[in-house]
Design a protein around this ligand. Structure first.
Ligand code: PMV
Length: 317
């Protein structure tokens, strides 16, 4: 018995950063994201006589395998042994949301293999235990993750806000540097929470940013969405820069891309930047401006990808 699932990464337009419960992986703040086409993870889960995890054709590292298998243990205690095979068509662990598509696909494939017939909302809440941002990849287009208020986390999952067809935008991704990140997101969030003087303000202003972002998405107002999007990412990075010891994911190319985006706006192109736990710069713009944005970022990046809104996680029939 085996099942296969596909999921796409999502990029937060209004960020999630900080946990209110480490064990259940509950966020301190709500967030708003766009699911992307183009990049994807395909994961197969097959019942077997023993556990094994493969990334592409090769055996996964012990760290990767135990993270995936322990996650499955939390979903279905006493589960049968499985072989997990996963493959992404983009670099993992470099701030490109590979854990979002990875855990969304793993959750969906595992639930089907274990005969769990769950709603997307339940699956979304499950996937959150593996990686918070995964819970937003169950829907296409624009998605809100409500932080929720229940202690058991059952109301902390994604909700669809608007489908991919709602708005003809593009996310232009500048790959500034590849390779695994120096500080993982959980460690970075905890260090920010414990040591940054700005963390409280980050949390205090986040819900208003999500509300602003939602309205801007529904109104298809790119300047309004872009302004709150940049503010959210810069506030998030400010909590990292002011942590002790500080966390600086940015590279020279990151800053060069930020200036290029500001320059685009000065010359009349509505383009807006966001960064995650890594050096890459992702730029939101109208689909019709994507090539102009690509040309502006290309001198500062090793590669530039133009991605469009994508669909939600799904089982392969
Ligand atoms: O859920 P994680 O561990 O992939 O953390 C995601 C954190 C950010 O990418 C920095 C922000 C976000 O909302 O996706």
């Amino acid at each position: 018995m085996s099942r296969q699932a596909i999921a796409h990464p999502n990029i937060a337009l209004v960020k999630y950063w900080g946990k209110r419960d480490l064990e259940l992986n509950l966020p301190a703040v709500s967030s708003l994201s766009l699911t992307l086409d183009g990049f994807r993870t395909v994961t197969t889960v097959e019942r077997s006589s023993g556990d094994a995890v493969f990334v592409g054709p090769a055996r996964a590292s012990d760290r990767f395998a135990s993270r995936a298998l322990r996650f499955l243990d939390t979903l279905v205690p006493g589960r049968p042994p499985v072989v997990v095979k996963t493959e992404s068509n983009f670099p993992a662990g470099a701030g490109l949301a590979s854990s979002a598509s990875g855990f969304a696909a793993l959750t969906l494939a595992a639930a089907a293999t274990f005969d769990q017939d769950l709603s997307l909302q339940r699956l979304s809440a499950w996937s959150r235990r593996g990686s918070g941002s995964a819970c937003r990849s169950f829907w296409g287009g624009f998605v809100v993750w409500d932080r929720g208020t229940r202690a058991d986390g059952s109301d902390s999952h994604g909700h669809p806000l608007a489908p991919r067809e709602h708005w003809d935008v593009a996310m232009v991704v500048a790959i500034v540097a590849t390779g695994p990140k120096a500080v993982g997101s959980t460690e970075g969030m905890e260090r920010s929470r414990q040591t940054s003087a700005y963390y409280e303000q980050w949390v205090a202003t986040a819900e208003a940013d999500v509300a602003e972002g939602r309205e801007a998405v529904l109104a298809r107002d790119l300047d309004r969405l872009g302004a709150v999007m940049e503010s959210s990412t810069l506030k998030m990075h400010a909590t990292m820069h002011t942590a002790r010891p500080p966390i600086l994911y940015w590279q020279a190319g990151t800053v060069a891309c930020l200036h290029a985006v500001a320059g685009l706006r000065e010359s009349g192109t509505s383009a807006w930047a966001t960064m995650d736990a890594g050096p890459q710069v992702k730029v939101l713009c109208a689909a019709s401006d994507a090539e102009t944005v690509r040309d502006a970022l290309a001198p500062h990046a090793a590669a530039v990808h133009v991605l469009r809104p994508g669909s939600g996680a799904r089982l392969v029939p």
